[in-house]
Design a protein around this ligand. Structure first.
Ligand code: ASP
Ligand code: MG
Length: 404
């Protein structure tokens, strides 16, 4: 029988009534003749609540114990959902990451999935049951419990879909799909019926949020991912490889992110190996760097700027400041009140008109651009956080995204 993996997010499972609602949806899906594997997130905000609790008992909670603590959130939702299903005469069994065969690397809090051994799930499906798997968690070779980073249940779901050779992975959440911009910022934003993996990676801030790793995994294993609402039967957005011809070569959407901080190292000596030193040590500290800009050097000195998640600014500065001092660079400055706005679409690289339209419409909206970066499928400007919403609205209008 074809296998469908369905993932339900925390807001879809926030209370007993919602858990029963999800059970009814699963039963309806199974009635269509597919084998169903369900991946659950923790109920509502319970992951945040557990994290808050950990900080009440310890100033710096031991990461190993944080992982064990957080893993309980998904166990609660999975066990409750399996109970509800059984209560409705649908045989179901909940499985922890260990039982589901999810093996990870040994990095606490951000572990990557190394392997999935799906035999137990397959046996449960064979026995006619719905397998309800705890998202976001796995175990290392040494059987230490790990978690996959915030939003990690998406990655669990896609990894299981790949390992089980599922037909599709369905991500159910509290919004109806992916939009041309964040609908809270742009009320005229339209829902997209389909989108490519690369575009989705860039547009993840517009509507349903998914852990980016899950989309990379979907692309790697060619898993179609449907993103839709738990609370309606609206069609949702299909993330997949095939994108219809007529949607190529145009802007698909505007992405924005206000979780941006910039670090600038002034007057860095222009010598081979210096950038390598900065970024190697940032990598070692597990700080992920986004946009990087190095100015053309003047008198053998150049300024180096990069952006990181705002939450990682302290970590980034702790890495960068000592290196700057050691290599004889100037001062290190930072700005934590920034945002990133991008226009996204395949086939933009060879059409310079997109960039000029973007810069003109930002200028007309009085938005100053701090940094610019481009890729094959997007143009990104770093702007001040206070101007982010204006920038997104201006771009949505300039690229006529409100029109079909
Ligand atoms: N419960 C975890 C979180 O809130 C994992 C997830 O929701 O996917 O980040
Ligand atoms: Mg959650």
């Amino acid at each position: 029988m074809p296998i469908i993996v369905q993932k339900y997010g925390g807001s879809s499972l926030a209370d007993a009534e919602k858990v029963r609602g999800v059970a009814r949806r699963i039963i309806a899906a199974k009635a269509k003749g597919d084998d169903i594997v369900v991946v659950c997130s923790a109920m509502g905000d319970s992951t945040d609540d557990l994290l808050a609790l950990s900080r009440q008992v310890a100033t710096t909670p031991v990461e190993r114990e944080v992982d064990l603590l957080l893993s309980t959130g998904e166990m609660v939702s999975c066990a409750l959902l399996a109970m509800a299903l059984n209560d409705m005469d649908c045989t179901a069994v909940s499985l922890t990451g260990l039982q589901a065969g999810i093996q990870t690397e040994s990095l606490h809090g951000k572990a990557r999935i190394a392997d999935v051994a799906p035999e137990r799930i397959e046996a449960e499906l064979e026995a006619g049951k719905v397998a309800v798997v705890c998202g976001f968690q796995g175990v290392t070779k040494a059987q230490e419990v790990t978690t996959l980073g915030r939003g990690g249940s998406d990655t669990t779901a896609v990894a299981l879909a790949a390992a089980l050779k599922a037909e599709r992975c369905e991500i159910y959440t509290d919004v109806e799909g992916i939009y041309t911009a964040d609908p809270r910022i742009v009320p005229e934003a339209r829902k997209l019926s389909e989108i490519g993996y690369e575009e989705m990676l860039e547009l993840a801030s517009s509507g349903a949020k998914m852990q980016p790793r899950s989309i990379e995994l979907g692309e790697l294993y060619d898993i179609p991912i449907l993103v839709a609402s738990t609370f309606s039967d609206a069609p949702g957005t299909l993330i997949h490889r095939e994108v219809a011809m007529e949607v190529r070569n145009r802007v698909r959407g505007v992405a924005s992110d206000t979780n941006v901080a910039k670090v600038t190292v002034l007057a860095v000596p222009d010598k081979p190996g210096i950038a390598a030193t900065f970024f190697e040590q940032l990598t070692d500290a597990a700080v992920s760097v986004d946009t990087i800009v190095q100015n053309t050097s003047v008198e053998k000195l150049s300024d180096l700027s990069f952006t990181v998640d705002r939450t990682e600014i302290a970590k980034a500065l702790a890495v960068v400041e000592p290196i700057a001092a050691k290599v004889g660079a100037g001062s290190v400055t930072h700005d934590a009140a920034l945002a990133k706005v991008s226009v996204v679409g395949t086939g933009m690289q060879n059409s310079p008109g997109y960039a000029s339209t973007m810069f003109r419409s930002l200028a007309d909206a009085g938005v100053n651009i701090e940094m610019i970066s481009t890729s094959e499928i997007r143009i990104t400007c770093i702007v001040s956080e206070s101007q982010c919403a204006d920038a997104v609205r201006a771009l949505h209008k300039a690229f006529e995204l409100d029109q079909d």
